[in-house]
Design a protein around this ligand. Sequence first.
Ligand code: DC
Length: 234
Amino acid sequence: MTQAAAPVITIDGPSGVGKGALCQRLASRLGWHLLDSGALYRLTALAALNRAIPLDDEAGLAVVAAGLDVQFVGGSDGLIGILLEGVETDATLRGESCGNAASRVAALPAVRAALLQRQRDFRRFPGLIADGRDMGTIVFPDAGLKLFLTASSEERARRRYKQLREKGLNANLKSLVEEIDARDERDARRTVAPLRPAADAKVLDTTQMNIEEVGDWALQLAFQRLAAPEGPLD
Ligand code: DC
C-alpha cells in the first residue's frame, strides 16, 4: 500500500491555542508521525532572514522554501531538535519574532505552493498527526479526522507567555496579546489558505479547558474514527 493511504488526523487552529502540545500527546499515544507545518514556515522565514532576502520578495522566498535544507531529529519521546542547514535552530525558531516573520511569509501563495508537497511527504504508516492552519482544508483534505481548536486571544497569550517563560525566553504579556491579534488577523484574512475550519471538522473552544481535557476529547474521537473509518462521529 502506498504511504498516501496512511491515516491522517489534522489539528488546525490559531497560534497559541495548544495544538503543539495536543499533537505531541496524540502522536505519542498512537505511535504516529508528527508534522509541525508551522515549523516549515518559520524555517523559511529564518532561512530568508539569514540570507537577507526581504520578507516581501515572493519569488525569492519560494526558492528558499523549495530548497529548505532541514532535518527533523526524532527521539523516543518525539521531536528533539530541528536543524536548518545543519545548525540547531529550535530556540530562535520558537521565538515571537520568527513567528511573526513566518506569518508574513505564509501569506505568499508561491511559498505555500512550494511547501505543499513537502508537507504531504510526511504522510506515512502507521499514521500522521498534522498540526497547522490549513491541514484539513488544503494539505490533507481527505483526512479521516479533522479537529479545529479555538480559544480567546487573551487565554492564548497567557498560554504562550507561560510556554516561553518555561523555555527561558523573554516575553511580555501585553505585547503577546497584540501580536497574537495581529497574527490571527493576517492568518485569517489572507486570500490563500486562510485560517478556517474545514466543513467536516470538529471544532472545540478550549478557553476553559486544560490539556488533559482537550487530549481526552481528541483521543476519544481518534479511537472512534479508527474503529469505524467511514462512520459518523459523536
Ligand atoms: O503554528 P506556528 O505558530 O508555528 O506557525 C507560524 C506561522 O506560520 C503562523 O503565523 C501561520 C503560519 N502557518 C500557516 O500559514 N500554515 C500552516 N499550516 C502553519 C503555519
